[in-house]
Structures are given as C-alpha cells and as structure tokens.
Design a protein around this ligand. Structure first.
Ligand SMILES: [Cu+2]
Length: 358
C-alpha cells in the first residue's frame, strides 16, 4: 500500500513539476509583456489529456467608446443589441467558443444620460446554440431586464427602463448557468452620465476584466472546452482584459500623448475574480470607487473592483513610455491580466530620468 501511495505521489509530483515549468515559461512571456505579450504555448502532449494542436483564429475586434453626451434634456434612447456566438483567439495557438453581445468582449459601451428612457432590443440569431438575456445593473426593475429579455435562438425581445441613477454599471447575460454565460464573454459597461456630464478629458478607454475556465491548462493549445469544475472551484485558467490574452497590447494597445489626461472606464465581468486594478508607473489622480461618480478619491495607487462592479480612473500623462495595466494580484499576469498604455511625446527629466544605469 505504501509503495502505491508513494508511487502515486511521485507521478503527481512529476506532473506538478511539468505544469509548474509550463506555467513558468508562460510567466516569462508575461513578464516580458512590455514587448511581446502572449501566452506561449509549450507542447503539453506528454502530460495533458486535453492537449491538441495549436489553432490560429482571428482575435475579436475591440469595442470603441462613444463620445460624451452634449444634450441637456432626457431622451428616448433606442439600443439594438445582437448576440453573437463566435469562435476566436483566446491566446496564441488557443481558441475558444465565445458568447458575446455584439461580437466584441466587452460588449458595446452603452452611454446614456440620467433621466433617459432606454429601449433595448436584444436579438438572438437563429444560428445560436443557446438562449441568452441581459441584466443591466443600471436598471431599476426585476432581473435588471433579464426576466423580460430571455430569448431563444431566433427570438428577440424589447424592454424599456428609465435611467434613474448616474454611474458606471456592468451589464451581463443572466441565463443559467449564469457564470458560464458571463465567463464566455457576455458582459460590458453602461455609463449613465450625470446631468452635468463628466470632467472633460483628452482620451477615454474601455477595459473590462474577465476570468475563463478551460479544460486544458494555461497556454495548452487547441480549441479549448469550457470547464464548469474549474469555474466552481474558482480556479481560472485565464484572467484577461477585453476577452483574450494580449487583446490590448501591440497593435491594439491603448495610445495617448504626454500632456494628455486620460480616463479608463474599468469593469469586472468576472464571473468570479475581483480585481486589484493598477497601472504600473502611474498614480490615479482621481478614482471614482465602484463606479459611483459623485465623490472621487485622489492620488490612488491601486483600486479594488468587485466582480459585477466597475471603477472610473483619470490621470495625467507626464512621462513617455509603455505603462502596464494589471490586476495587482500578479499571479494573474501569467494568465493574461495585462494591457499596455503607450504614451508618446517628449521626455520630462524633471519628473523621471536615469542618473546612472547598470
Ligand atoms: Cu447568455
């Protein structure tokens, strides 16, 4: 009996060592995120029963941010939203069957004004595999709209709500099993602007964190299946900004110039993981905690964002270079939780300069 136990332990140790090595390889790439971020795919065929050949799938497009609202009176705002279930890139060599609002993760940035009546139509195309709905946290009413918008493939539904409370709110699918729908990409942000609008800034960015659970381990190649067991254990395979590893890096990095003030609308779709949101090399001049727009904090390093919650941060850019947006639970960097903000412009040696390098 002892031999068997020891034998089993040895195999387990060996598998665990391999897994750690693979993760370390991935971590190396993660830490080199400034240049080439991506989860490297090491061949895991020897120890991973779900191992497959790498797949090269296109990345999902990135959603934009509509301009600030300039009108001073409430309106009826009609929002058509179509669900899209799409196969796309999760990481280098890794694919996933995403479920989305409008074909992007996060879904479209919805921007209305307090007092507006919103008429939202949710359409689920015939080609979909499953039913969906939408729960917007900006809604006052049962299910946040989910009870009215349950749409099977080929159906559509419309409901109206009055935006009573200004703030930055998550919306998500609430069809059971809800965390599966959220994990697959069904979340986004709706901004309800206060009557006087927001402070003017030079640029606005839209970033939402989410956690994914796949049968294969982090970086295991191929089209990966969803793992309910890992979701229930709250052991994500990936923690990402905007749907996939490296979605906001390289060609699709956030970009701004020295001297500009930027705003990041940041949400956590989850379904499980809370974010310690931080920008390496910057200090948030203003943080609007939990998406409450009334009373900003000033001079904040890291702000906590709950699952199903948001924050809005603003800061002025003084020094050029590449800044990393991270969840400061930094193990998640290895799982994809990093984006780049590339700042161009003249050096500012009064604020930052090397005196003597290595
Ligand atoms: Cu759904």
């Amino acid at each position: 009996m002892k031999r068997e136990v020891n034998g089993a332990a040895t195999v387990e140790e060996r598998l665990s060592r391999r897994s750690m090595l693979r993760r370390a390889a991935v971590a190396g790439v993660g830490l080199a995120a400034v240049s080439t971020l991506g989860v490297a795919c090491e061949d895991s065929s020897t120890d991973n029963p779900t191992s497959q050949q790498p797949v090269q799938l296109p990345a999902l497009p990135q959603p934009g941010v509509p301009p600030p609202i300039t009108r001073t009176q409430p309106e009826l705002v009609k929002i058509p939203l179509e669900i899209q279930e799409v196969q796309a890139r999760l990481a280098d060599g890794v694919g996933y069957n995403y479920w989305t609002f409008g074909g992007t993760i996060p879904g479209p940035f919805l921007r209305v004004r307090v007092g507006d009546t919103v008429e939202l139509t949710l359409k689920n195309p015939q080609a979909s595999q499953t039913a969906h709905n939408i729960d917007l946290h900006a809604v006052t009413g049962p299910g946040g709209g989910a009870t009215i918008t349950n749409v099977k493939p080929g159906e559509q539904a419309t409901f109206r709500f009055k935006a009573l409370n200004p703030g930055l709110y998550i919306y998500h699918c609430a069809t059971p099993p809800i965390p599966h729908h959220i994990s697959n990409g069904m979340y986004g942000l709706i901004l309800v602007e206060p009557e006087d609008g927001l402070l003017p800034v030079d640029r606005e960015f839209y970033v939402v964190q989410g956690d994914l659970y796949t049968e294969g381990s982090t970086g295991a190649p191929g089209l990966q299946e969803f793992s309910m067991a890992k979701l229930l254990d709250e052991h994500p395979t990936y923690v990402v900004f905007n749907g996939s590893v490296g979605a906001l890096t390289g060609q699709t990095a956030l970009r701004a110039n020295v001297g500009e003030t930027v705003r990041i609308f940041f949400g956590v779709g989850g379904p499980n993981i809370i974010s310690s949101f931080h920008v390496i090399g910057e200090i948030f001049d203003r943080v609007y905690p939990e998406g409450a727009l009334d009373h900003p904090l000033t001079n904040v390093q890291t702000t906590m964002v709950p699952a199903g919650g948001s924050t809005m941060v603003e800061f002025k850019l003084d020094v050029p270079g590449t800044y990393l947006l991270v969840d400061h639970s930094l193990g998640r960097l290895v799982k994809g939780a990093v984006a780049q903000l590339v700042v161009s412009g003249p050096e500012n040696p009064d604020i930052f300069s090397a005196v003597r390098g290595p």
